[in-house]
Design a protein around this ligand. Structure first.
Ligand code: GTP
Ligand code: PEP
Length: 213
């Protein structure tokens, strides 16, 4: 079974507000874009993924993520995260009515394709399933089989809401890269320990000094 992933991304100028003032000293919008690029690139390298639909109103991010092979669609006007996910799932199924769909956060810079494949393969046994984030409060992946509504309830303590909605919590170990979302400077440290992808690591390494500098 191969999945269409729906990746929501806020406009970069308001994304990742909890990283403002982080010791990296880097502009937060640049970090948010690099996280999304690493997330989408790893997702597209996953053998269980047939495509990625990014939902974003940010034209710069849409262009960069299309360049990696994702499809990008704008948000519905004024609706927020869960509406964006439902809209992305509908766009995916308008193109491919029988695809299973999975919401995936855009802030997983350490994501490893093989770990994502384990999560999606485990999810294929349940009509709806989810993976809690590393903090065990939120959610990083929510899945729905063909002809099943995604019914996303993301935002803050979404683990409890997804469980209450009937989605099955996947009891997996060894998938830390799929669970490590980055909201705070502490999360970024944890992601760096796991090993982040090339966009984030290049940004954190800074520009290569030119001659005479
Ligand atoms: N398309 C879209 N994506 C959203 C929206 N709100 C949040 N997201 C995305 O959903 C995921 C979780 O978002 P949040 O935790 O609310 O926001 P964040 O930018 O990650 O972090 P904070 O600003 O620190 O809350 C991230 O990938 C966001 O970019 C929205 O209104 N539209
Ligand atoms: C929106 C969510 O994530 P975050 O931890 O980024 O707030 C969530 O987990 O539902």
């Amino acid at each position: 079974m191969t999945w269409t992933l729906v990746v929501p991304l806020k406009p970069l100028f308001r994304a990742k507000s909890r990283l403002t003032g982080a010791p990296t000293g880097l502009p937060v919008p640049e970090l948010a874009l690099a996280f999304a690029q690493d997330t989408v690139r790893a997702a597209l390298e996953c053998a269980a993924v047939r495509g990625v639909v990014v939902v974003t109103d940010d034209s710069l991010a849409a262009g960069e993520l299309r360049a990696l092979g994702a499809r990008a669609v704008p948000d519905l006007p004024g609706d927020g995260l869960n509406a964006a996910l439902a809209h992305g799932a509908a766009a995916a199924r308008a193109a491919e009515p029988d695809t299973p769909v999975a919401a995936l956060n855009a802030d997983l810079p350490a994501l490893r394709p093989a770990e994502l494949e384990r999560v999606l393969n485990a999810a294929s046994g349940f009509s709806r399933a989810f993976l809690p984030d590393a903090a065990e409060i939120g959610t990083t992946v929510l899945t729905a089989l063909p002809r099943t509504g995604l019914s996303p309830a993301f935002g803050g303590p979404s683990r409890t809401r997804h469980r209450a909605s009937g989605a099955v919590e996947l009891p997996l170990t060894g998938v830390a890269s799929v669970r490590q979302d980055v909201d705070t400077p502490e999360d970024l440290r944890a992601a760096l320990e796991l090993g982040v992808g090339g966009f984030t690591s290049a940004l954190l390494a800074g520009p290569v000094p030119g001659p005479g500098r």
